[in-house]
Design a protein. Structure first.
Ligand SMILES: C[S@@+](CC[C@H](N)C(=O)[O-])C[C@H]1O[C@@H](n2cnc3c(N)ncnc32)[C@H](O)[C@@H]1O
Length: 269
């Protein structure tokens, strides 16, 4: 049992962000309520599936950058998601097998799958905890056993901050992590936006009003503000397909279907 965190019953009748995302990506770890939410989501915004795929590809390129180019060897991944192809420790491990990854998620289904699939190597762990309580994450024994806070850390907040409402003060959450990480640490964020097609994005976000977490869409300027005190690396905060593309820069059609901004930044020393 997690200290300070009740392992709740899984209510399969209420759609959950992790399972909706799994269903969007074509996974099997979801229930009828999640698949129904996906149908409504795609009716409101057919772009949602491409946005989810583009986000997942951004996560993998960001991890390759952090481990390969920035030399990071320890990662805290808050909002892990249900394991699928190309999980963070697998991508990192292809470059540097000794990379340690502390996975954190507040969903019991993610926790169960991650325990079975992501851990057991001695270089990974999974913690059931909530981003809204960053202190609990930073002091959790399974995090402190794995992560050396005197050495640079990469914090991944990939497709999670839009599940935090303004009232829950996401900027304070990011600042708390910033205060705990040494200079030279990195922050990767991706976040859903309504900047491209505001009305359709609002309708898609409204599907989450019946889910366990609502979605707060934010503008480019609002998302960029999360990086206060960090130096964004090139190309800055951009639509995720434009962040360090593997091949040619994305075409306008692809960008039109990616309603997510992403960026990676380094903590000032
Ligand atoms: C859209 S998925 C993103 C998964 C992965 N980061 C990716 O980008 O592929 C969001 C994940 O964040 C988790 N999540 C949402 N709100 C959370 C919170 N307040 N604390 C911890 N995890 C949360 C969900 O359970 C889900 O697994």
């Amino acid at each position: 049992m997690e200290p300070g965190f009740e392992l709740g019953e899984i209510d399969t009748t209420i759609p959950h962000p992790a399972r909706i995302y799994d269903a969007l990506l074509g996974g099997k770890d979801n229930y009828a309520a999640d698949r129904d939410a996906v149908r409504r989501l795609l009716r409101a915004a057919p772009e949602a599936r491409d946005s989810a795929r583009a986000n997942r590809a951004f996560l993998q390129r960001a991890v390759r950058y952090l481990v390969g180019e920035a030399g990071i060897r320890q990662i805290i991944d808050v909002g892990t998601g249900i394991p699928t192809a190309g999980n963070v420790h697998e991508v990192a491990g292809q470059i540097a097998p000794q990379t340690r990854v502390a996975y954190v998620d507040n969903d019991s289904v993610v926790h169960a799958h991650a325990n079975a699939l992501l851990t057991g190597t001695g270089t990974t762990s999974i913690v059931l905890a909530d981003l809204r309580d960053p202190e609990a994450i930073l002091t959790h024994p399974r995090v402190t056993e794995l992560i050396d806070f005197t050495q640079p850390v990469a914090l991944l907040l990939v497709a999670i901050l839009h599940f935090i409402t303004d009232d829950e003060d996401p900027a304070r959450i990011v600042r708390t992590f910033r205060g705990a990480l040494p200079p030279g640490s990195y922050l990767a964020i991706s976040h859903a936006t309504g900047d491209l097609r505001p009305q359709a994005a609002r309708e898609a976000a409204a599907v989450y009003d019946e889910a366990t977490s609502t979605v707060t869409l934010r503008s480019h300027a609002e998302i960029a503000a999360f990086f206060d005190g960090w130096d964004l690396i090139e190309p800055g905060l951009v639509q995720v397909p434009s962040w360090h593309p593997d091949n040619k820069p994305p075409r306008p059609k692809e960008l039109g279907r990616a309603w997510i901004y992403g960026g990676v930044a380094r903590k000032r020393g």
